[in-house]
Ligand binder design. Sequence first.
Ligand code: GDG
Length: 516
Amino acid sequence: MTSPDRTRSKPDNSPRNWNALTVSECFRKHFGTKKLLVATHREPVIYQPSQSEGPSRKSPPKLRYPAGGVSQSLHRLLLQTGGDWISLQNSPGPPTLSISLPGFPASYTLYRLSPKDPSRQEEYQRFSNDLLWPLFHEEPGRVGARPGDFTGYEAVNRLFAEHISRVAKDHGNGVLWIHDYQLSLVAKELRSLLSFPPPPIAFFWHIPWPRQEFLTHLPERRVLLDGLLDYDFLGFQTALYRERFLESVEREFGTDPRISVFPDSVVKGNRRIHVGDYPIGVDPGRFESLSLDQKGQAEARTFLCEQGISPDEVLLISVDRMDYTKGFLKRLQILESLFQTYPEKVGRIRLLQIAPLTRSGHPTYQSYQKKVREAVTTFNERWKTGRWFPVVSIERTVEHRILAPLYRLAAGALVTSTNDGMNLVAKEYLAAQKDEGGTLFLSRYTGAAQGLKEAVLIDPFDPATSAAILDRSLAEPASIRKGRNKILREQISRNNIFQWMGSIVTGIREAEKRGR
Ligand code: GDG
């Protein structure tokens, strides 16, 4: 855990001054003493029960923090504002936890939900991960949900709404902020439960919004869209996804007299729903300082040495959960093309692939992960020379303390997603390039590519051209690479994670004033 944000900045909040403290001040300015309630599918902490240390001594339970950057930033915000957080329980421990950290002024309560009927939870997971996830990443061939799974999806969304209605009533929450595709129907369920006018209900959609031809594969699309229009504020990662969403509403409800679509809002009955694009960012200062930390750098060098990677090699790095949307097989095709076309690179360019397993109890993921493993083995067999082989694949989480210096040591980051809401790794890599010329090779199918226009874009569906781009860019003079990074780093520093939160908090307040 990093130290709290103590720097007090001017209240005008120019983008550079955003941090957890100034976002919290912004929240106070708009919502007074009211509280913020966040709901996510996954918990922001991992609970580790006490270990017995002897016949009578037990150590206290510990909280660990999962890898993702978003939940950790929201967690820091709630430690400034106070509030509530509701998620499904995915580690042991009690159903409610009070979360505080030394040095932070507030604490928040984490409510950990467990559906009573496990089959409903299975249906919810399948509807979310086997239907919504593949369809919204435009991969209809991967759909594996079963008819009837929607029942469980609705039931779990209702469970969230029931809990939120109790908490909002008791605590007087000022804003409800719900996240991502697993929870699209919470506002709809909540509106039917509350006996008082709900506080503003905001929603952020973290994944892409697909083209309409993919949405039409979803039988429940009208219910889902109608449910999203029960929020007061809808945020998407990019203008493209926002426009596609508005087009979907138009296509599905164009003849409904209750619904009118505008460029930045939808009117449904007597309510106006704000619809905006808010590209998510990272905490660049944190990644920069981690990447420069002497101890972390030494650990990163030891890590590379343990993997048999020498400091003389040109190192490429990829960091993704092992999910099919991240293009692991496409990445190998790019390297295949690189080695075929430029055989002198064999033995000189190495890929370090950090690929923590994800959803690995799930058959689609098990078979994808097996395929990736086999493809890496075949690829390494084909291109090995002596004891050298081209891809080092690590299937576990590597802590940011070591990851950030690894970003800095790598000559390039290879982001090969075939579809990705934003891609935070791209921004983390740039944050670690202070005065350095490491090249971000960024798939044009990421939300990040829609904003980071100066990045070296690649097309994972065109391995030959991508390989040529890799070869050319790695050979560019350092001055060109550093110049490019200067512009990109300016951008990620302006559009950082706290600026994202601050603009959403402000947007919610404005939408509340305009639309209700
Ligand atoms: C969704 C959308 C959107 C990964 N491996 C390790 C590790 N990570 C951290 C990275 C980064 C995060 O996980 C992954 O970022 P992504 O952007 O790829 O996020 P997704 O998990 O795909 O989630 C995505 C995002 O939401 C935010 O809106 O960008 O498009 O799909 O922060 O650092 N962290 C550590 N060790 C690892 O091995 N410590």
